[in-house]
Design a protein around this ligand. Structure first.
Ligand SMILES: Cc1ncc(COP(=O)(O)O)c(C=O)c1O
Ligand SMILES: [Zn+2]
Length: 440
């Protein structure tokens, strides 16, 4: 089995060395992916090996990505250093109140916010940074709505590489910007939106030899596919009916589809789940394309408070539509109000997530109401980022100050504003009795 880079375009399928520094196909410009021709694994013994590695103290086994390294053959860990912060290992959390809100009997969240930098980007970044190090590229860059930069800064710095980050000026949460600064990245805030900066950085990467760690990087996708492998391992290989995920640049859904495709081909599972991708209504070019087909139409001024999915021209849409079509999946969009309310409900479960992640629950509610997802379906929703990524949003929602990008008020349907009370035990006791009667 010689790993290679393959063009993802079925009409082209050109192949390149796994060590070529390429992000798109030089022949047809489609995205590339790592492939492993001839890979064969015994499902029974490999599943057992993966389970046994959970007991190991070796860093590579403790990583919830590299534990599944038989599926990551682009690198040989016995020859190349692996950059790991013990990413993955994220829990499956049952959430009964969220299930009720979503119109389901049961719902489980795969919470990627439990990662070292608080988002699913770490699952991919461990692989991207490992490949960058292996190629000897010491300067690494990304353009980001925030989470990618936080993750890249951490992984690059931990490996002794220099992270350079390009951010849209003024449109990223402070939690994420703070992480990039703290992890030591050279941080450039560009006066342009995400899509414009991505084009700029791709040109810069070619000119300067900086290694690009955006989701166009095929090795990031390799890491992210293991989110689904770990999820199946945690479910003793029972494939859910539905996997629901928010969609921005569509790297995650592409990675999940690749993971499932490979497991199916290798005989580890015997069916695919149906995938649902949920977009924010103000940044929903993929939902539009899914419904209309024809030409893919980017959204030139994408808007949403869920800044992680504020992407108008998602690079991975051709891979993503393949995943949706192959799985009989669906793409839906939800409003700012729907995202905000769903997010508060995830919080009430004691779980919490960032705004983009809550699009999943908002989408589930819509899809069950429309009869697309059955009440009794076995559904896993992926929460992509940690609740603390965007505290400003949370405070504004609960205090009734949250406004949509166009200035409309978002109702604090599940608001929980703090109360200012006097330093007076009797008054406070009365307030407590009124709010939470001792008899309740
Ligand atoms: C928290 C969060 N959710 C969802 C997404 C969207 O993921 P993708 O761009 O892979 O569709 C991102 C991407 O930045 C993110 O940070
Ligand atoms: Zn090609």
């Amino acid at each position: 089995m010689t790993p290679q880079l393959s063009c993802s375009n079925a009409q082209c399928r050109a192949t390149f060395s796994i060590e070529d520094v390429l992000y798109t196909c030089p022949k047809c410009s489609a995205l590339l992916e790592a492939s492993y021709p001839g890979l064969a694994l015994d499902p029974v013994s490999t599943k057992r090996l993966w389970r046994e590695r959970r007991m190991s103290n070796a860093a590579i086994d403790q990583s919830g990505v590299w534990r599944y390294r038989e599926l990551l053959g682009f690198v040989d860990p016995s020859k190349h250093a692996v950059v790991t912060l013990r990413e993955g290992n994220t829990p499956l959390l049952p959430a009964p109140p969220a299930a009720r809100y979503g119109g389901l009997d049961a719902l489980v969240f795969k919470h990627q916010g439990f990662n070292p930098t608080g988002s699913f980007k770490d699952n991919g970044m461990t692989c991207g940074a490992t490949q960058g190090l292996r190629l000897g590229l010491r300067r690494v860059a990304c353009v980001s709505t925030g989470n990618t930069s936080a993750s890249m800064a951490a992984y690059a710095s931990s490996a002794g590489m220099t992270p350079v980050i390009f951010l849209p000026h003024g449109n990223i949460s402070y939690g994420k910007l703070a992480q990039a600064l703290e992890y030591g990245a050279l941080t450039l805030q560009v006066e342009a939106n995400f899509d414009q900066i991505l084009a700029l950085v791709r040109a810069l990467a070619e000119k300067t030899g900086i290694y690009l760690l955006n989701s166009v990087n095929p090795f990031r996708i390799e890491g992210q596919k293991t989110i689904m492998v770990e999820m199946l391992d945690q479910r003793d290989w029972h494939v859910p009916d539905w996997v629901v995920v928010p969609g921005g640049n569509l790297g995650n859904i592409s990675a999940f589809g690749k993971g499932f495709r490979e497991l199916l081909q290798l005989g580890f599972i015997d069916k695919l789940p149906r995938f649902a991708v949920i977009q924010a209504a103000g940044s929903a070019p993929f939902e539009d394309y899914y419904r209309r087909r024809g030409e893919f139409q980017p959204v030139s001024e994408p808007e949403t408070l869920a800044t992680a999915i504020r992407i108008g021209d998602p690079v991975s849409w051709p891979k993503a539509i393949q995943v949706i079509d192959d799985s009989n999946g669906i793409v839906e969009k939800v409003t700012e109000q729907e995202i905000a309310d769903a997010k508060a409900v995830v919080g009430q479960c004691g779980i919490g997530c960032e705004p983009a992640s809550a699009a999943t629950l908002a989408g589930i509610r819509k899809l069950t109401a429309a009869g697309v997802i059955d009440r009794g379906a076995d559904v896993v929703a992926v929460l992509t980022g940690n609740v603390l990524k965007d505290p400003d949003y949370i405070f504004k929602y609960h205090t009734g100050q949250l406004k949509t990008p166009s200035g409309a008020s978002i109702a604090p349907t599940y608001g929980n504003a703090p109360l200012v009370v006097p330093n007076d035990p009797e008054r406070i006791a009365a307030i407590l009795e009124e709010r939470i009667p001792a008899s309740s």
